[in-house]
Design a binder for this molecule. Sequence first.
Ligand SMILES: [Zn+2]
Length: 323
Amino acid sequence: MSLIFSSSFCTMRVLHILVVLMELSQVRTMSLYFGQALDSAEAFDEHSSYFEADILAGSVVTKMAVRDNHKLWDGGQVPYKLDFDPTSPDNVYVHDNIMAAIAAINAVGCVSIYEANMETDVVNIRLDVDYSSYVGRQGGVQNLTVSSDNSNIGTIMHELMHTLGFGHEHNRADRDDFIIIQWDNIKDEAKPYFQKYTEESGFTDHDISYDYESLMHATNQKNEDIFIDLNKPIITRLDGSTSVGQRSHLTEKDVERIIAAYSCGICEDAPDNTLFRYPGDCHKYYQCDQHHAVARICSADLHFHVEANYCDYPWLADCTEMS
Ligand SMILES: [Zn+2]
């Protein structure tokens, strides 16, 4: 499958401001963040109020997964380091939430976000006033910021999804078949966040159908920075209902999307997901293990018997069939 950002996209900066759909009892006002200088290509910024917007060099980037393999993390392995003292009493709560968010993503069993050792491509997790993340692997050290004031596990998961290479659901090219953006209730400065992806945006939906409840969908959480009238929604479904997005959990389709982007759900060439041939070496075979194809070696000099699909005596498992 192809997963990538278009090259023009790679050179652009993305600013992503988001309506964080947190169960906050207080409404926090904050200013939007357009045009903030960021070190490299695309970045998403999730503000700790309730709004989210993705702006890349003045245009909007939308959700789904990057189409460029170089934006994905090799083998789904994502090293991180903490740019703060997790033992400081002020940071214990937010640190716990970050660890819980990482655990929730890792629980999918497809990607692994782990404490960095000597890796060069690393996610540097910082505390800041707002949430932010780049979309996909940038190369080198890339920041992911978490609001220390409004720490929320689901919102941190949302950021980690951006880091893994996913954009927003409500920006999908086909979104008008599912939702109506209530432009009349959206402030001008927030409108870019609701634009649709185009082919040039560089995302793929992996043929996974629209997900109203995605962790990556914008919500109707009231936000003075976005809403003109706080008593009216900014997004409705075609049937008029207003339940969209959430910031608490990965939906089934969010999980499907991770599995599709990182190829965890498929062992290609293994129709029944069991054993299959290893090209050019009849002592070896592949086994599908946790959705990954893992090379194995037949014991006792046996050869892999392609037709029978197991290791057998060399004279029974004709090596020429492996060529
Ligand atoms: Zn976002």
